[in-house]
Design a protein around this ligand. Structure first.
Ligand code: NOJ
Length: 538
């Protein structure tokens, strides 16, 4: 029996569209996306059929990590607009029936945040330094970093302040990311208070939820001891290639005094209590690259966060076996909590490219998306995937990602290229400016613009729209899943719905008892499911 007074909160089966603010839409023509640009494109998101948007950080920031280095959590960077523009965006989204999730960055601030400047000026042992993780160096004169930790972006996780007459042997500060992103010390109650105030600030402005950056990182083992390594392994966490590098997952399993400490959950209990004081099902989703399913599930205990990104599909290779395992493990892991599904975001290689690129990669990308959208829970889409965009090989002189700048590794610029909206040449309607935006777009994107794809019923955009519309009709299918694999065919029964995904190179017969095709990711004729194709049947 349906409990009429107790509908599911909106986020439990929402489709949430990730807006990478610099690259979605440019309102003022300076080549960088902004809040008025997003507002002007909200009708597009409504028509696409998503329920919510998550906007990456738009707060004042020197932009060394493109907004993930925040210098003031309660304002808008003039590059992106003003607080009034944020209010207009939130109000317009709500008028269109869209929810708004903003990004909170609690693990670190920018080195231009007032707190860090005060800490540098105040000197060792001061309450100002105690908001961050300052330590004396090791060795004679303190010239060696306090421990052996590596930055996620390459190189040591410590930088030393310059020597001054007052501090001739200066302290070092911890930065798990770029040297301009000093880590906060969450053992300090002032840090808790500051972030509760920041959450209140944005909740009072009407946001519906928060995406929590590096949610598993806030606490470090109190001793800040050295990390242990298996023989032959280096102290580096290869963030940019997480999508393909299974070795990273294994390497991180060895010893992690800097991630996922038990104390972090107390923070989210505090935050949950605050969120629950607001009407309207306000929520939070954790970005927590934990090493085990169990540790991921801890973030979504009933008194903690509502969701955590489930990166398992994003990490899985293209095969029916591996996807079956992803679905089964996810359901087991999340138990009664609402699962999430993600194929792409601004930190990983776009999934069409991961699946081989070109026609095959696109067919696979569409198929994986359809399979994912058929599952119970909430799905996160990344801007541009609805156009079938691929990873771009950004020329070295146009690279901007601090991970690339620090290591020369692949970096993340290639999935952050501004969205093509219309016309035949860059900036493809991205904004009113002319010429290339902040990361150059490939000259041959004219067939991938929103305008071009809207006009083509076979385009990836038209497919996404149909899929999101069809998704609304299957919510009555229930949450019970039965997963099986037959050769290359992934076969998921969700109540009366059947989700089939053919990961093989040849067509397979659609089982006789599978019902009629509701929607397919590519052309299906008769009872044969082509290679690299998914379908929902009922
Ligand atoms: C995760 C974000 O998604 C990524 O873009 C950022 O560089 C790091 N956290 C550091 O904030």
């Amino acid at each position: 029996m349906a409990i009429l007074n107790d509908p599911k909160p909106w986020w439990q089966n929402a489709v949430c569209y990730q807006v990478y603010v610099r690259s979605f839409a440019d309102g003022d023509g300076d080549g960088v996306g902004d809040l008025p640009g997003i507002t002007s494109r909200l009708p597009y998101l409504r028509d696409l059929g998503v329920d919510a948007l998550w906007i990456t950080p738009f707060y004042p920031s020197p932009q060394n990590d493109h907004g993930y280095d925040v210098s003031d959590y309660r304002d808008v960077d003039p590059l992106f607009g003003s607080l009034d523009d944020a209010d207009t965006l939130i109000a317009t989204a709500h008028d269109l029936g869209l929810r708004v999730i903003v990004d909170i960055v609690p693990n670190h601030t920018s080195d231009e945040h007032a707190w860090f400047r005060e800490a540098v000026a105040a000197g060792p042992g001061s309450p100002e330094r105690a908001r961050y993780l300052f330590r004396p160096g090791r060795g004679e004169g303190g010239t060696e970093p306090p421990n052996n930790w590596a930055s996620v972006f390459g190189g040591p996780a410590w930088d030393r302040l310059p020597a001054t007459p007052e501090e001739p042997e200066p302290e070092w500060y911890l930065h798990l990311f770029d040297s301009s992103q000093p880590d906060l010390d969450w053992r300090n109650p002032e840090v808790h208070q500051m972030f509760l105030d920041v959450l209140r600030f944005w909740l009072d402005r009407g946001v519906d939820g928060f995406r929590i950056d590096v949610a598993h990182g806030l606490y470090k083992e109190a001793t800040l001891r050295d990390q242990e390594f298996a023989v032959g392994e280096s102290a580096s966490y290869d963030h940019a290639s997480v999508n393909t590098d299974q070795a990273m997952v294994e390497r991180r399993l060895t010893d992690e005094p800097m991630w996922d400490q038990p104390e972090v959950h107390e923070v989210y209990r505090e935050w949950r209590k605050l969120l629950d004081t607001y009407a309207g099902d306000r929520m939070a989703v954790a970005e927590a690259w934990t090493t085990t399913a169990e540790s991921m599930a801890r973030f979504v205990r009933p008194d903690e966060l509502h969701q955590t990104f489930n990166f398992s599909w994003l990490l899985a290779p293209w095969s029916a076996e591996s996807f079956a395992k992803v679905v089964t493990d996810t359901v087991e892991t999340f138990g009664s909590a609402s699962p999430t599904w993600v194929l792409s975001n601004h930190d990983v290689v776009r999934h069409v490219t991961r699946y081989g690129g070109g026609e095959v990669g696109l067919a696979r990308g569409r198929a994986a998306t359809l399979a994912m959208l058929g599952l119970p829970g909430s799905a996160y889409l990344y801007q541009g995937e609805e156009l079938g965009l691929e990873q771009v090989d950004v020329p070295p002189e146009a690279r901007q990602d601090p991970a690339w700048l620090r290591t020369g590794d692949e970096g993340r610029d290639g999935c952050r290229v501004p969205v093509p909206w219309s016309s035949q040449e860059p900036p493809f309607g991205f904004g009113p400016g002319t010429g290339q935006p902040w990361i150059p777009q490939p000259a041959d994107w004219s067939e991938l613009t929103v305008e071009a794809e809207q006009a083509d019923p076979e385009s990836t955009l038209s497919f996404y729209r149909r899929a999101l519309e069809a998704r609304r009709t299957i919510q009555d299918a229930g949450d019970e899943l039965a997963v099986s694999v037959d050769g290359d065919l992934l076969d998921v029964r969700r109540g009366s719905l059947r989700i089939l995904l053919n990961c093989g190179d040849s067509a397979v017969d659609i089982p006789a008892d599978a019902g009629q095709v509701v929607i397919a990711s590519g052309p299906v004729s008769g009872r044969s499911l082509p290679p690299n194709t998914a379908a929902w049947l009922r």
